[in-house]
Design a protein. Structure first.
Lengths: 298, 941
């Protein structure tokens, strides 16, 4: 009985998410557009479609590469080079569990909506840049201009009861992985999954999404707290008395995760839902582009 | 009633609910306050933190105690607790007779008595017993038969204490038959606390005629105070306060009031232990004492504690006049000396400043003398005699003493003498006489002297004799041993003529040396009434025996004046003592001019306390001294306070106070600010709208209000005169000029502002200066007028040097002002309407400053008749007092002469004004117009 109702609620939630997805997609487009202007190509010759430069023909090269139209204008042979547009695989993952479906009065959006917006906006950006993007554990990486829509479709088809950190089944070496979530699972579970990612050789970017209430803990008096995921109840006589402890513990968790990321060369980003979604997107974009340019130089 | 505590419960069964308190306690313990439920994703983190701080799922003990207290209070309140219950009972069974004394003595705590009666009636009604009510001060024909409680309560509501004693005897007689027929089963007598024969008789009657238990409510613990009739002595008015219970010492204050109720004086009194009567003395000036109409015991609201005073208690004023030469060197030989000494204890002496009787008599009459004593005046001039006669007829008492002059006067000529006198005197006991000096023998019984002790040592050695006639015995007030009259009196009109047949000094008798003389004069003084010169008023007071005195001001039972009482009857004017009753309640009878006072208590009244020993079977009870207090509302209030405290506590425990602190503060702040920052009322906008409409609907000239009304009026009149000139001579027809407040009003409606400079006005603020600057920059022109051409030092051509000019300079220093110059000869201003050489106002000679035009080369200047000023000068400065020159009254007369008084200068001033207005309105159009002939010529026409 309980399981049935659980499935039912999950389905309803998934439906709710699917219903919201077009809106979120639009929102993601809007957010992505504000960031897109700063997105640059690889800035080196390579396989690609867009023109990069003409360079003189060097003896020994395949004559078929000569650009005859350009070469007809003078006595030299030229070869048309295109900008390298090597696609990079970037995996995306968002925690869509119930704990993410939380929005306090202070927040602009629920954590899950913000996570989906971030995910889709990032997908849109990356797709526009020609990266291969995929939802870790849900879909294969695809290279397409409308990858964001397809990500949204995929999201709409899966229910929300996915694990917060999906298994690193198809994670490949040198791939980037962006995980968006609230990271409220027990620390050892998270650490285990991060270690798994590390073994696969991926570079992980963790985006921690927090509701302002979760950060500030503005509760007082006799309060009963309910965990939306497990349904566990916890009653406190004077909530204001433990606020300090709570905040310390939250910071400690964050420190632990951030330290792990630093150690592995990963990035860790926090975001509060009372801030606009462009902030983490910009930060992510900066980190991803830094990563790619760095990687290119290497 | 609970033993030891004056506490009783109206519904004691409810107290059984207190048993429920433990159950409530158990329930409260079982159900802790419900926490707020919050969905919180990081609950897992919380669970890791605070295992140690496990909150007990129970209410704290003090909250439980508070709630138990609340429940207990509610239960106690429902049990209807009464603090200090009164414990009345309705005695006996069957019909209950309630007898209530409602005379003046019961007025002191009337509310208590009526409340007691109501409670008794309530008790009887709840027991289903019919109730009969008797008010003993009411007439005997009242309703005795028992009826239901509602009717009795209505009668109780209508009952009021009467200002007269009870008539218990009559009521007892009337009640006897009803009592036998009804068979009352119980009697409650709410007595007035006064004893005496009447009360004892009534008590015995109640016991004997009604064979039923009797409860008597007797004393109420408060002493009953009364006020007896006053005694007017020489220098004081003395009143006796009496009381019924003489055990302890007590005291109080008497307050004397005049006719309008104003306090005239106060006198303290104090009872010694055991004393039932004590005196209080008013030491007041005679004029004030005569004002006293009412004396009351402060704080006592009964008719018995009030004494009303009428004319009898006023000190008489006695005028003295003597025919003897006023030789102050030998006062003992002056007759007036003896009269003065005799009347001083009880009357005021008016000694005329003038010895001339023709002047002295009117003086004394005017001073309100009740008695005029004339010592040995033989003849009076006819007009004085007429005056005296009319005064006596109006009620005055003329007291004459014999003497050599009177004896020598002709009996026929002197009319103001009660009896006809024989000419010459009679000498008794002289060396040439057989007779011996005669002693005083008798006082006539009808005379005011009746009852005076006859002093045997009085000897009359000489006297004037009356002609014996039939009237003489009736007119004799005092006679000597041989039967000859010593004092005779006759009425004249409403007054009396009294004659002492001896002198007022000791030369004819030793009467003036005796105490009898004083007493006689005192009696005469008391007998005399103050003459009322108004005839109509006098009639009502001192009328014939059949006349009556209507009630004028009556007392109610509480001693307050009331204007009318339907039961009151007029008082016979006979002066006989009147016992107060329903027909003659105490009060003032008569009219404003003369009245008689009737008081409740006789001069010898006593207030015996009620003696219950006469009633053997009766149960005697005191009145409750304090009303019972119903405690339920207070308990419910306390419960409400507990409830609020409980709510606050719960809120605090749930953290509500902390969470909503900001909200509460902001709500309070908002409520506070809502008063202070209410939106500005809309009429301010309406006023400025009206100003704009006025300014725009017609074209107007405008002046700046300086705040100095003289200058402002002159500006307005001047601009009005200019407007008339404009209307008459030009196409411009401006309406009445408008005063402008440069700080507040919008300036942009006016092409020209006339601004007289007042050096004493405050400097405009910087915002105002900015506004003026903007106005000038946007095309407005201001004509500043310093009005000080006369004050300027002769020969100075620059600007400044006078206070107004300096003020203007200071003002303009804050503005962006271009260079100025006196109007050059070819400026447009000289040609705008009239051709002008200079620009005079009231004064001539001061230049008109305008913005300097750019210099032009001589060649072009020679060709052009007018300088092409581009636009209009935004500033024009004159010192010629333009407005004063223009000012006219509505009839067109000039208000101020020009200096010098030259009609042509006035005309030029108007032309200047018109040119300035035209210049500001048309600008350089006029400058261009001068080219028209040349243009036409060029066109070949």
């Amino acid at each position: 009985m309980q399981a049935t109702s659980r499935v039912g609620t999950n389905l309803a939630e998934a439906k709710g998410l699917a219903l919201r997805l077009p809106d979120l997609l639009v929102e993601a487009r809007r957010v992505a557009t504000t960031v897109l202007a700063g997105w640059h190509g690889r800035r080196r010759a390579g396989p690609g479609e867009t023109f990069w430069q003409f360079r003189p023909f060097v003896a020994g090269e395949a004559p078929g590469r000569i650009d005859w139209r350009r070469s007809a204008r003078d006595d030299h042979f030229y070869i048309r080079e295109r900008e390298w547009e090597a696609a990079h695989t970037i995996w995306l993952a968002a925690d869509l569990s119930r704990s993410m479906d939380f929005r306090s009065r202070l927040a602009l959006a629920s954590k899950r909506d913000r996570a989906v917006v971030l995910l889709l906006a990032l997908g849109d950006l990356l797709a526009a840049a020609g990266e291969r993007i995929g939802l870790l554990g849900l879909s294969d990486p695809i290279l397409s201009r409308n990858a964001a829509e397809r990500l949204a479709e995929t999201l709409a088809h899966f229910d929300t009861d996915q694990p917060a950190l999906p298994a690193a089944l198809r994670l490949s070496r040198f791939a980037d992985l962006v995980v968006i979530g609230d990271f409220l699972d027990p620390l050892d579970e998270i650490e285990a999954r991060l270690a798994e990612y590390a073994r696969h050789g991926a570079t992980v970017h963790l985006v921690e999404i927090r509701d302002p209430v979760e950060e500030t803990f503005p509760y007082a008096g006799r309060t009963e707290f309910r965990d939306p995921e497990s349904g566990a109840l916890y009653t406190i006589g004077r909530a204001e008395q433990i606020a300090e402890d709570y905040r310390k513990r939250l910071v400690a968790r964050r420190e632990t995760l951030a330290a792990t990321c630093r150690r592995l060369g990963w990035t860790y980003l926090t975001h509060r839902t009372d801030h606009p979604a462009t902030e983490p997107l910009l930060a992510l974009h900066a980190r991803l582009s830094a990563r790619t340019t760095q990687g290119d130089r290497a | 009633m609970i033993a030891g505590l004056p506490l009783a419960f109206g519904a004691p069964l409810v107290l059984a609910a207190l048993v429920l308190l433990p159950a409530i306690w158990w329930l409260l313990k079982l159900t802790p306050p419900k926490p707020r439920l919050e969905s919180f994703p990081p609950t897992r983190i919380l669970a890791e933190i605070a295992r140690r701080d496990e909150q007990p799922a129970r209410s704290p003990w003090w909250l439980t105690a508070l709630r138990l207290l609340l429940a207990g209070l509610v239960i106690l309140a429902l049990a209807a607790p009464i603090w200090r219950p009164t414990g009345e009972s309705a005695p006996g069974s069957g019909p209950l007779l309630v007898v209530i004394d409602n005379d003046w003595a019961s007025a002191r705590d009337w509310e208590t008595r009526i409340d007691t009666a109501r409670r008794i009636v309530q008790l009887a009604e709840s027991a289903g017993r019919p109730v009969g009510l008797i008010a003993t001060a009411e007439p005997a024909n009242q309703e005795f038969a028992p009826t239901d409680g509602a009717a009795i309560r209505t009668r109780l509501d209508a009952l009021a204490p009467r200002p007269y004693p009870t008539n218990r005897a009559a009521i007892a007689a009337a009640l006897r038959s009803t009592a036998n027929a009804t068979g009352f089963g119980g009697v409650a007598w709410l007595s007035n606390g006064l004893g005496g024969q009447d009360a004892e008789d009534f008590g015995r009657f109640l016991e004997s005629s009604i064979q039923a238990p009797v409860t008597v409510y007797g004393s109420d613990g408060k002493a009953l105070l009364g006020l007896a009739a006053p005694v007017a002595t020489a220098d004081a008015l003395t009143l006796s306060a009496i009381r019924g219970d003489g055990a302890a010492a007590s005291g109080g204050t008497l307050v004397a009031r005049d006719m309008r109720g104003r306090s005239v004086g106060e006198a303290p009194f104090a009872f010694k232990p055991g004393e039932l009567r004590t005196d209080a003395v008013f030491n007041l000036p005679t004029e004030l004492r005569n004002e006293i109409v009412r004396v009351e015991i402060a704080g006592q609201h009964t008719a018995g504690a009030v004494q009303l005073l009428d004319d009898r208690f006023k000190r008489r004023r006695i005028g003295l006049i003597s025919g003897a030469s006023s030789d102050n060197a030998q006062p003992l030989l002056s007759p007036l000396y003896y009269i003065t000494r005799a009347v001083q204890p009880f009357a005021d002496v008016i000694e005329p400043r003038d010895a001339n009787a023709a002047l002295a008599v009117p003086q004394m009459i005017e001073a309100g003398a009740a008695v005029i004593a004339m010592a040995d005046i033989g003849t009076l001039t006819p007009d004085v005699e007429d005056k005296l006669a009319s005064w006596v007829e109006a009620g005055g008492t003329l007291l004459r003493f014999a003497g050599p002059r009177l004896a020598a006067a002709s009996a026929d000529t002197d009319t103001l003498i009660p009896v006809r006198l024989r000419e010459g005197g009679r000498v008794l006991g002289g060396s040439l006489s057989w007779s011996s000096p005669q002693p005083l023998a008798s006082f006539a019984a009808t005379s005011p002297f009746a009852g005076l002790a006859i002093a045997r040592d009085i000897e009359v050695r000489r006297q004037v004799l009356a002609e014996p006639d039939a009237n003489l015995p009736a007119r004799t007030w005092a006679a000597l041993a041989d039967g000859t009259p010593l004092v005779t009196a006759a009425p004249l009109g409403k007054g009396w003529l009294v004659l002492f047949h001896v002198t007022a000094d000791a030369s004819w008798s030793n009467l003036p040396l005796s105490g009898t003389f004083v007493e006689m004069l005192r009696r005469i003084s008391a007998f005399a009434s103050v003459p009322l010169m108004q005839d109509s008023a006098a009639k009502t007071v001192e009328g014939a025996a059949g006349a009556t005195l209507p009630p004028y001001r009556l007392l109610d039972g509480f001693g307050h004046f009331i204007s009318s009482d339907p039961m009151a009857r007029p008082l016979p004017a006979s002066g006989a003592p009147v016992a107060t009753s329903a027909e003659h309640p105490p009060g003032l009878y008569g009219s404003e001019d003369g009245f008689r006072a009737i008081n409740v208590l006789a001069p010898d009244a006593t207030l015996p306390p009620f003696d219950a020993s006469a009633m053997s079977r009766a149960e005697l009870r005191p009145y409750p001294t304090t009303a019972p207090i119903d405690l339920s509302p207070w308990l419910l209030l306390a419960a409400l306070v507990c409830l609020i405290a409980d709510a606050l506590a719960v809120l605090w425990m749930n953290g509500g106070l902390r969470m909503r602190r900001h909200a509460t503060a902001s709500v309070i702040l908002m409520l506070t600010l809502m008063h202070g920052f209410a939106p500005p009322p809309a009429h301010a906008d309406a006023a400025s709208d009206q100003f704009a409409m006025d300014a725009v609907n017609t074209s107007r000239l405008a002046y700046v209000r300086t705040g100095n009304s003289e200058i402002d009026d002159m500006s307005e009149a001047g601009l009005a005169g200019l407007a008339r000139a404009l209307s008459a001579r030009t196409a411009m027809e401006p309406d009445n000029p408008l005063g402008v407040d440069v700080e507040k009003d919008e300036l942009s409606f006016f092409p020209l502002l006339y601004w007289p400079i007042d050096p004493s006005s405050p400097m405009p603020s910087s915002q105002t200066l900015a506004k003026i600057d903007a106005y000038m920059k946007q095309g407005g022109s201001i004509l500043f007028d310093t009005r000080d051409e006369l004050e300027r030092a002769p020969g100075s051509t620059g600007f400044g040097g006078t206070p107004a000019a300096e003020r203007l300079r200071a003002m303009l220093s804050g503005l962006d002002i271009p260079p100025l110059e006196p109007v050059p000869g070819n400026h447009v201003l000289t040609k705008a309407f009239y051709l002008l050489e200079d620009f005079p106002g009231r004064y001539s000679g001061g230049p008109l400053w305008v913005e300097a035009s750019p210099p032009e080369d001589d060649a072009t200047a020679a060709q052009r008749p007018a300088r092409p000023g581009d636009g209009v000068s935004s500033i024009l400065i004159t010192e010629n007092d333009m407005a004063a020159a223009w000012a006219t009254d509505p009839d067109g007369r000039y208000l101020v002469p020009t200096v010098p008084p030259d009609p042509r200068q006035r005309e030029l001033a108007y032309r200047t004004g018109i040119n300035i207005v035209m210049y500001t309105l048309t600008g350089n159009y006029k400058a261009d117009q001068v080219h028209v002939p040349a243009l036409l010529e060029r066109l070949g026409q």
